[in-house]
Design a protein around this ligand. Sequence first.
Ligand SMILES: Nc1ncnc2c1ncn2[C@@H]1O[C@H](COP(=O)(O)OP(=O)(O)OP(=O)(O)O)[C@@H](O)[C@H]1O
Ligand SMILES: [Mg+2]
Length: 616
Amino acid sequence: MSARSHSMTTTWRVFDRLRRGIGPRLLVRVLLFSVVSTLVLTLSQLYLDYRRDTGAINGRMSEIADSYGHSLGEGLWNLDRRQLELQIEGILRFPAVRFVEVRETTDRGDPMVVSGGARRDRPSVRRQFPLFRPARGEQHQLGVLTLEASFDDVYRALREKAVVILTGQGATIFVVSLFVLYLTHRLVTRHLTALAGFLRHYDVLRPPPPLSLQRRPPTENDELDDVVAAFETMRRTLEQAYANLRASEEVLRDYAETASDWFWATGSAHEFTYVSEQVRAFGFHESELLGRRRLDGADDVAAEPQKWREHMAILERHEPFRDFVFQRRRPDGTLQIVSASGKPVFDGEGRFTGYRGVARDITELRRAEEMLRDREQRIRDAQLELARVTRVTTLGELCASIAHEINQPLAAIVADANASLNWLAPPDPDVDRVRDSLDAIIKDGHRAGEVIQRIRQLTTKGETQKGTEDVNGVIRDVIPLLRSELQRHRVAAQVDLAELLPPVLADRVQLQQVIINLVMNAVEAMGSIDDRPRQLVIRSRGAADEVIVTVRDAGVGIEPSAVDQLFSPFFTTKPGGMGMGLSISRSIIEAHGGRFWATPNADHGASFHFTLPALR
Ligand SMILES: Nc1ncnc2c1ncn2[C@@H]1O[C@H](COP(=O)(O)OP(=O)(O)OP(=O)(O)O)[C@@H](O)[C@H]1O
Ligand SMILES: [Mg+2]
């Protein structure tokens, strides 16, 4: 840039500053106002002067006519030219009078005319006065006095006055305006400029010391102090808000940095635009993911097309998603299971710009879950097996009684068969009695067969099979297996079944096992009782939404110290006991959604209860 054009731009900039500043605008307005008002005042002043001075001239002419009229009339009467000339000379000495003429009024062709001074074509003022002479008591007009005056002097005086006023006022206005400009600068503009500079360089990250104006403080706060105070308030609020923001940002960053999840962002085409470096802990580098879509790196698209179709549809609809689980291969070839959640992001105009979200490696979690499931399955299997083994064991204990239960019908069958043979021996056999015996044989055969059938049921291995069951039927089913055992121990059993029970969803064999366990425990608890009846009650009741079964005995009762452990596995007070009966029974009932508990009886013995949810 040449020096010339540089200086021109500088000049322009200064001029521009001046043009835009408050001071110059103020100056221009003060000047304009003062000039206009001064002009108006001066003009009216001059006009008044003009009126006064011209009025004075007019008045003077009348005075002249009055005071000279008589002597001029005399001079004209005497036709004394000399005297008239003297008089005219005298009149001409009055200021502003330029021309005087005395003209005789006569019918003669050459009236006497005496004049003095210089006549003008267009005098400022011309006045004519008649000249009289008194004769015989009448006034006779002898002639006319013509006076001409000029306002030149008035005009000159006014001009001089105008010049004096305007120069004086103009100088004053100029000085005052400059003073106003200076005052404005001192009191306002320089502070505004300082304020603007302060604000321009204000940085909330490095807050400067509080703003203060470079001036002698006024006795009372003025508008500038208000501005400074308002700014200081605003700045404190701003700094506080910024500090809060920083603090919460720090908290969030701490969370983010310590989280094992990683953060991601995708663009409008669902390609990764950002992946936080936590992803490195899971075998990836961010750069391997950037620019690619989630789908591109997935390993289960072919295996689960439906899942991916749905996911892509959600992305296309710009909807949030949570815990979308998918698989992908790490660079080292191992499989990674990822759970991702995200929400769509829209810009200020509501346009979709992509997604933001978090993702988590759940490979280990999945593996642990699988192991847990596996272990749970094994435990379930073991429990089933244990239940079966204890059933078989119980049956073993019941062996003698069951054998008796089977022997009885068998013995009856043999007896009936022998009797039938006898009745068939005579030539005229008693066929009716033989038929009755055969009926009894069939019934006994069925009875024995049923017992064996039930034993087979109880000993079969296998998964639990839940079906709609009638609890009363289950109780009735196990009685034949227990009848001999009860008789052997001289126990009086009472079966008290509710008439209408809602059905339950249950595994029949397992329910039988629970009832057998409870009855066996009851029998054993009453083994040592000889001073009172060995009474056993098996009761069923229906409640609003469940079935309650109670097995009540009159045995030794439960030791208070044993109450807590009763249902623990391997807790037993019996020499040959395993301590598994109640524990298994309780897990069976709980697996059916029921409850299982014991209560002491008011008189003797204990009651064991369980519930099963009713099937509606
Ligand atoms: N009806 C009852 N009256 C008093 N005590 C009982 C009764 N039923 C169970 N118990 C107590 O609870 C304990 C645990 O019973 P559980 O049926 O679990 O095992 P167990 O009968 O000892 O052995 P098993 O495994 O052969 O049944 C018993 O040893 C006994 O002390
Ligand atoms: Mg037992």
